[in-house]
Design a protein around this ligand. Structure first.
Ligand code: F6P
Length: 320
């Protein structure tokens, strides 16, 4: 291939810029032309496509968000939208595209590949909910952000002898929740993957209180939702004043951690190597610390196991 495009799609994630930078620089190094497609598949339909050079990605590796902007495109899911996108690929001479995003973005990449534009997906989402990879770009930064914020809640909870019920992101998955719960010493983590019983949690809290514990953190996954309702019930059942905090989109921002920058750079480079060989319809991932790739359909059909052992550890090493 001589000319490729790169886009970011779906929810943004810290490290997306590092991935774009790697794709651009790797492609240029190999003598290819590379275009940035803005606002994901929306830009592919609208022709919002610009040629990138070495300087276009300069000074971006440490920045959160995505310099290419992002969007979720409903139009791209229609036959007309796909056709316009294909025509724009032809107009700009795009022979392949690197798509950085989550599951939804990969479905678009598979469709485009079947229309004759080979695409390679890079897993970019804070949720780490892509089954073919042990790690997604943005996950580490988001967890560190959540951890820092929960640490701050711990300070104020300690001062007031309170319980903080904190909702973290993760869409349908409890990966951010269980890891931050361990990292912050939460008394409990509530995710949809493991049944929970608020009466049992209340009993445990009261026993802890008897043993001298003054403040409590309960981490709730977004898939459970309702942090306010849980805080209200915990207060009713224990008499311990409780507050709910939803961390929300702040978890998606910020300068990427070392891990996110390095993984994004490695994956971006690998994606260009695949396209260089004319290989498309693949998703890049990490397995046992090695960069690997899968057929997109196969990747989308995989199920990612929840870490039940870490969930158990979170509960077993909490104060009791
Ligand atoms: O996939 C990333 C994510 O931040 C999820 O954790 C969350 O459920 C969703 O995106 C929020 O999406 P939006 O930014 O469209 O509100």
């Amino acid at each position: 291939m001589k000319t490729i495009g790169v886009l970011t799609s779906g929810g943004d994630a810290p490290g997306m810029n590092a991935a774009v930078r790697s794709v651009v620089r790797a492609a240029l190094k190999k003598g290819m032309k590379v275009y940035g497609i803005r606002r994901g598949y929306c830009g592919l339909i609208d022709g919002d496509i610009v040629e990138m050079d070495e300087m276009s990605v300069s000074g971006t590796i440490h920045r959160g968000g995505t310099m290419l902007y992002t969007a979720r495109s409903a139009e791209f899911r229609t036959a007309e939208g796909m056709q316009t996108a294909k025509e724009n690929c032809e107009k700009f001479g795009l022979e392949g595209i690197v798509v950085i995003g989550g599951d939804g973005s990969f479905r678009g990449a598979a469709d485009l590949s079947s229309l004759g534009i080979p695409c390679v997906g890079l897993p970019g989402t804070i949720d780490n909910d892509i089954a073919c990879t042990e790690y997604t770009i943005g996950y580490d930064t988001a967890m560190n952000t959540a951890m820092e914020l929960i640490d701050k809640l711990q300070d104020t909870s300690q001062s007031h002898d309170r319980c903080s019920v904190v909702e973290v992101m993760g869409r349908g998955a409890g990966f951010i929740a269980v890891n931050t719960a361990v990292a912050c010493g939460a008394i409990e983590v509530i995710t949809k993957e493991v049944p929970y019983d608020l009466d049992k949690i209340a009993k445990k809290m009261l026993e802890c209180k008897k043993n001298g514990k003054q403040n409590f953190i309960i981490v709730v996954a977004e898939s459970i939702g309702n942090a306010s309702e849980i805080a209200k019930l915990i207060q009713e059942k224990t008499g311990i004043e409780s507050r709910a905090t939803v961390l929300g989109h702040v978890q998606r921002g910020g300068s990427p951690t070392v891990r996110d920058r390095v993984v994004a750079s490695e994956m971006g480079y690998y994606a260009v190597e695949l396209l260089e060989q004319g290989i498309g319809n693949r998703v890049v991932g990490i397995q046992d610390n090695k960069i690997v790739d899968f057929d997109i359909q196969e990747a989308l059909s995989m199920k990612k196991p929840y870490d039940l052992r870490l969930h158990q550890i979170a509960e077993d090493i909490a104060f009791f």
